[in-house]
Design a protein around this ligand. Structure first.
Ligand code: ZN
Length: 237
């Protein structure tokens, strides 16, 4: 149960990288979230520093397993869950081809097996102090605009998150996942995880899975992998 480097190797197994096991994550105290335990202390230190500036940094999403990501994917593909356009608006009409659907889903949702949330190193955060009582965070870019409820958090993270080992992989549109200012990644663990998640590992994770659009996904997997898995910011620039 010890945190630290000993657990890094456990994360780098294919099963952990693709969200197929939970040995590498533990409950984050006081929440329903799970994260890699090596993230706990840096997150607590970052939250304390933010609190000193009047920011109530709160994680709202952490570890997510393969089956959860699969259910999101299939629901979006089958029209049981709304698809979002680049500005976070409901996408109407829905794309008519499998390739179009896949492209639209990938703007905001990872392919099962390819979510950074599988690693326990990545989390989505808000500033509870910026929200009116009872208001629900939407995780939209408008909330992180300078005059939005999380504008102060956005500026603070840009200035200070790297001091605690965190950075934002979806910093801008790189032709893949849309910018997500709420998504933080703990670089010391996430960088090796990204290197270990090869195309082969991802391919193997999708064999025999009831994945909607599987034929087209597998055909396009090298391109999906480059754009939506590898096409992210690296820590420190
Ligand atoms: Zn996220």
């Amino acid at each position: 149960m010890s945190a630290g480097p000993a657990n890094t190797s456990e994360l780098l197994h294919a099963q952990a990288l693709t969200g197929r096991c939970t040995k590498h994550v533990q409950a984050l105290a006081g929440t329903k979230l799970r994260l890699h335990p090596a993230v706990f202390a840096p997150l607590a230190a970052m939250s304390a520093a933010a609190a000193a500036e009047g920011i109530a940094l709160e994680p709202v999403s952490g570890f997510r397993d393969f089956d959860h990501q699969l259910s999101i994917w299939n629901a979006k593909f089958r029209g049981e869950r709304v698809l979002l356009g680049r500005d976070g608006e409901a996408l109407q009409p829905r794309p008519q081809t499998e390739a179009g659907l896949i492209e639209a889903i990938l703007l905001w949702s990872a392919l099962p097996g390819a979510s950074r949330h599988h690693w326990g190193t990545d989390l989505d955060v808000i500033d509870r102090a910026g929200l009116a009582p009872g208001a629900q965070p939407q995780l939209l870019r408008a909330e992180f605009a300078i005059d939005g409820p999380f504008g102060k958090l956005e500026a603070w993270l840009s200035a200070h998150s790297e001091e605690f080992g965190f950075y934002r992989p979806y910093d801008r549109d790189r032709g893949g996942v849309q910018p997500e200012p709420w998504h933080l990644s703990f670089a010391p663990l996430a960088q090796p995880a990204l290197e270990a998640l090869t195309l082969k590992v991802l391919q193997a994770a999708l064999v025999g899975v009831d994945l909607a659009g599987a034929g087209t996904v597998l055909e396009q997997l090298p391109d999906i992998y480059e754009r939506f898995v590898r096409g992210v910011a690296r820590a420190g620039g």
